[in-house]
Structures are given as structure tokens and as C-alpha cells.
Design a binder for this molecule. Structure first.
Ligand SMILES: [Zn+2]
Length: 314
């Protein structure tokens, strides 16, 4: 499948014939009047901002008239969204973009995505979702296919008012190794860290390891054993011939850095962020941004491709 840009005619076709207001998620419609809307009309950025709509029908009218290139809403709620006055909380959001993954098992060039790295982005998002529910007790969240990756949007009341979000980000991505004494606790953060370590390490190839050839060969040859040892809580999981404490330390720091980059941190910590609205078109790649009802069966190449792509002749 080619991820080609949508033409003006295709955008019009999409908003006139395919888009349906019932595809706008309930978590948006519930408080639609409190969100800021932002539009990119020509692919040059979100220059039409600070719009508000009292109802989804008024928003539908706007879409049919303008068939914009891209549509975002704020993740935050305001008494007066037009002026972004009186902030009333914001969803907690995790943005995992397949094109930005530092480590992937495919050979995509920078900025590109394929079926394989989209699947790996999905695997990351599912692991973060499990941690949010299992460890942090989150109850209300939605998964969204963003067009080139996934958004995880949490809207529990307790979460909306949080202003500092970087600790949560560090926790769910496992981007700081636990102290040695607690590294193998069966639950809590150490378990999250081990799970995320494995998720990243198992995808690593030669180019992902900035060490000399001997160390790289060693780590890659022993990869399955290292993974099995850490999963079995064996404290000697990194005891390899020719790899001293200094290299071990550098390797663990390297994994920490990669895990910290799994999620676009700027999106999570910014409580006034705008984010692509599910149901609308990601025109740059001609895919729909959609709320995912059943992640197990979700296939972006089937469920997020607008009809006009199948009708293309070239
Ligand atoms: Zn790829």
C-alpha cells in the first residue's frame, strides 16, 4: 500500500460521502462545546485555530463546507475554548508514531512507515495500556489509530486535572532502570521496566547498538538468553564474556534513552495540546484517524483506509 497524499477532490469526496458524525468518538462529543478546534486547510499547518462548536451537527456543517486537510481538537477543556479561557483539565495522552520509532525490526527509511513498524507501534501502545490499567488503575481510555501510529487517550476524572505528567511517562515507558535491590520485584515498576526492556531489546539490530563489533556480536548472539534470564529474574542476565561493568552500564543507559523516546513526550506533558480528531482524514498519507473498538482485530490497512484510495486509477 502506498501512503500517497490526498488531493482536494479526494478530501471533498471523503467529507461528502464517507465521513459520518457517528464516527466522532463519544469522549469527544460528550464535552464538544469545551474543546478548541484547529484546522489545517491546505497542508501548511494549523493556521485556523481557536474555533468552537456547540454541537456535532455544527461541526459537520463546517466539514462539508471546507473539507479541510487536517483537523485537531484540544485534549483540554475550557469554559471558553475560543479564547482558551479557564482551563478545566486535559486528557492524559500518549502518542506513538511508527515513523519516529528509534528501533524497529523493518528497514524503513527515516519518515517512512510500513506494516511491520505499524504493528510494532501497536505492540508498544498495548503494553502501555496494560500498565496504565494494571498499575495505575486507569478506567477510561481510548485507543486511536492516528494515521501513522497510535494515540492512547485517558480521560478518568482523577487524571484530567494532573498538571505534571512526566513521572507517569517515565513509569509507563520503563525509561529509568530500577535500583539493583528492587530490580526483580514481581510487581510494580520493576516489572514494567523488565517488560519494556525486552520489548526494545528484542527488536535491536547491529546498527541499533553503538558499541564495538565484538560487544555488538556478543549482545546479538546472546540476545535470546539475556531476554530469557531477565524474564526469569536472573540477576546475572548481562554477565557476558568480554562485557565489563562500564559497557553494561552504557548498554542499559542506551536502552533507557530509546524507551524514553517510544512516546512523543512533548504531547504527554503539554496540557494544552491539540491532537488529530478521530474520524477525520490524515491527508498527507490518505488514511483515516479512527477510534479503535477492537484492537485485536484492528488492521490499519483495512480499517483506516478511505474508500477513495481503493478507487484510485494511478
Ligand atoms: Zn517500517
Amino acid at each position: 500500500m502506498e501512503f500517497k497524499e490526498a488531493s482536494l477532490r479526494e478530501r471533498k469526496l471523503y467529507y461528502h460521502e464517507e465521513w459520518n458524525k457517528n464516527d466522532v468518538p463519544e469522549f469527544i462529543i460528550d464535552r464538544i462545546h469545551e474543546r478548541e478546534f484547529a484546522f489545517d486547510h491546505d497542508g501548511n499547518g494549523y493556521n485556523d485555530r481557536y474555533k468552537e462548536f456547540k454541537t456535532v451537527d455544527l461541526f459537520a456543517d463546517f466539514l462539508v463546507k471546507n473539507f479541510p486537510y487536517a483537523v485537531c481538537t484540544s485534549v483540554s477543556f475550557y469554559s471558553n475554548p475560543k479564547n482558551r479561557e479557564e482551563w478545566k483539565g486535559a486528557e492524559l495522552v500518549f502518542d506513538i508514531d511508527a515513523k519516529d520509532l528509534a528501533v524497529k525490526s523493518c528497514y524503513c527509511k527515516e519518515g517512512q512507515v510500513c506494516e511491520k513498524c505499524l504493528t510494532e507501534a501497536k505492540e508498544i501502545v498495548l503494553n502501555i495500556k496494560d500498565t496504565l490499567i494494571g498499575d495505575l488503575g486507569v478506567k477510561y481510555l481510548s485507543l486511536v489509530y492516528s494515521g501513522r501510529g497510535y494515540h492512547l487517550r485517558v480521560y478518568d476524572n482523577e487524571v484530567l486535572s494532573l498538571e505534571r505528567r512526566s513521572e507517569i511517562l517515565e513509569y509507563v515507558t520503563g525509561s529509568k532502570r530500577p535500583k539493583e535491590q528492587i530490580m526483580f520485584l514481581s510487581h510494580g515498576y520493576p516489572a514494567v521496566y523488565r517488560k519494556m526492556f525486552v520489548l526494545t531489546f528484542k527488536k535491536m539490530k547491529e546498527n541499533d547498538l553503538p558499541f564495538n563489533k565484538k560487544v555488538v556480536d556478543n549482545l546479538l548472539t546472546e540476545k535470546d538468553i539475556i531476554i530469557s534470564k531477565i524474564l526469569n529474574c536472573n540477576p546475572n542476565y548481562l554477565d557476558l564474556k568480554g562485557i565489563g561493568d562500564k559497557t553494561k552500564n552504557e548498554f542499559l543507559t542506551h536502552i533507557e534513552k530509546i524507551n524514553a523516546s517510544l512516546v512523543d513526550g512533548k504531547v504527554t506533558v503539554d496540557v494544552k495540546r491539540i491532537l488529530r480528531l478521530p474520524s477525520t482524514l490524515h491527508s498527507k498519507v490518505s488514511m483515516k484517524c479512527v477510534e479503535i473498538k477492537n484492537i485485536e482485530n484492528f488492521d490499519p490497512l483495512k480499517d483506516a483506509v478511505p474508500k477513495f484510495v481503493f478507487e484510485r486509477k494511478d
